[in-house]
Design a protein around this ligand. Structure first.
Ligand code: GLY
Length: 418
């Protein structure tokens, strides 16, 4: 019987831990550091920070952990997998070098260019003056991206030159590497792939909602809600994504000596010119994972073990229903979220930035929980989630009221973002 350690403390890690616990092979799931909202689901919290590699390795050794699964991007970018492998411990995640596909937008763009993977054109700048001169003349909208990890918040879509100037000025206050990308209009979706060397297994498609407010207004966030699968992303489009993106990405990594075990998250966009890549992530997406993993009907722990052995994973999931989740966040998110705001207890919810006693949780970060439901179609799933939210005291927490709306439009509008 197996013991699993999940590194991370958010809603994604809550979902991974529950899915691991559903495996008949798994007896114990630890989450480091986890959060007190996980305790009701028999997940054992370990008070070790996700960046304390020595502490995590010592814990994994002492507890004879069979598999460590890395949730968030920060420890991956800091080399946690290299550290675990050096300690001869089984770990699912990419090396620090491969994680640069997420942690460095420049690395990712250059990799895509080298390997013929479709993505937006871009220019790279190391000083503000040159960026401003280019931006003044370049067509709008412009996508301004700070190189490096930014929890989904390092991207500005500037629709006028004043916005572009402000975004560039702010960006160069924190970094000396900024990209200005062409804007791609179309329909965004997430396609996650579990990878084990040359073997891989697709997960169901999902669509995230990155903007804070309804109708995709307000600042970018880590993600305010998601649904899965995405009706507009047909099996033909999934095949196109495999052909144009997933196969050449894995082949390119192999050619460059970078084959890995872990997650490849394709942030895709369906445009008039076909599927293009908005971004790669090298870990499960949050919140998407929280409504994808409950759909898995096979033994998830076994699928990961198969991939670690570079064998084809047995991965199946339900195909009859749509799953939808709405994120609740503390007021002030994504800027400075208020701490200590009451967070309700809802059976089946996943918790993230919370502290306190399990039945008296309060906010300790931005996104605090995700409430989800499933139903025969997207409209039913959406109705069920919002009905749940009407019945509980959500107080001052903020959430979008239109998660899933884009998926209910039958026609994909290639002239609008997402
Ligand atoms: N949902 C987007 C992300 O995980 O980066």
């Amino acid at each position: 019987m197996a013991k699993v350690l999940i590194v991370g403390g958010g809603g994604r890690e809550h979902a991974i831990a529950k899915t691991m616990l559903a495996s008949p092979q798994v007896t114990t799931v630890f989450c480091a550091p986890g959060n007190p909202g996980m305790v009701a689901d028999q997940i054992q919290l370990v008070a070790i920070d996700e960046l304390d590699f020595a502490g995590l390795i010592a814990f994994a050794r002492n507890q004879k952990i069979d598999l460590t699964f890395i949730g968030p991007e920060a420890p991956l970018a800091a080399g946690i997998v290299d550290a675990f492998l050096s300690a001869d411990l089984a770990v699912f995640g990419p090396s620090q070098t491969v994680a640069q596909l997420e942690s460095s937008k420049v690395f990712a763009k250059q990799f895509m260019q080298r390997n013929g993977i479709p993505t937006a054109g871009y220019r790279l700048f190391h000083d503000l003056a040159a960026a401003l001169v280019y931006s003044e003349r370049a067509p709008l909208p412009q996508v301004i991206k700070v190189d490096g990890l930014a929890s989904g918040k390092g991207v500005t879509v500037a629709t006028n030159h004043l916005m572009a100037t402000d975004a560039l000025t702010q960006a160069f206050e924190t970094t000396d590497t900024v990209l200005i990308e062409q804007f791609m209009s179309g329909f965004e979706f997430s396609q996650m792939v579990l990878v084990g060397g040359e073997q891989y297994g697709l997960l169901p498609t999902a669509q995230d909602h990155k903007r804070l407010r309804d109708h995709d207004e307000g600042p970018n966030t880590g993600g305010m809600g998601a649904y899965s699968p995405v009706p507009q992303i047909t099996s033909e489009i999934i095949q196109e994504t495999i052909q144009r993106v997933i196969t050449p990405t894995l082949a390119g990594l192999k050619r460059e000596g970078l084959s890995f075990n872990g997650v490849l998250y394709v942030g895709g966009i369906l445009t008039a010119a076909g599927v293009q890549v908005v971004e790669y992530n090298l870990r499960l997406g949050d919140p998407e994972t929280q409504i994808i993993l409950p759909q898995v009907t096979s033994d998830f722990y076994q699928a990961i073990q198969d991939l670690m052995a570079h064998q084809e994973p047995q991965l199946t999931w339900q195909e009859d229903e749509t799953y939808l989740g709405v994120v609740l966040a503390a007021p002030g998110y994504p800027g400075s979220p208020q701490l200590g705001v009451a967070v309700p207890t809802i059976a089946g919810a996943n918790y993230a930035g919370v502290q306190g006693e399990p039945n008296q949780l309060v906010s300790a970060g931005g996104r605090v929980m995700l409430v989800s439901a499933h139903g025969a179609d997207l409209a039913t799933a959406q109705q069920r989630v919002y009905q749940q939210l009407e019945r509980v005291p959500t107080g001052n927490l903020i959430f979008r009221t239109d998660i899933g709306a884009k998926g209910m439009r039958s026609v994909v509008n290639f002239d609008s973002p997402a």
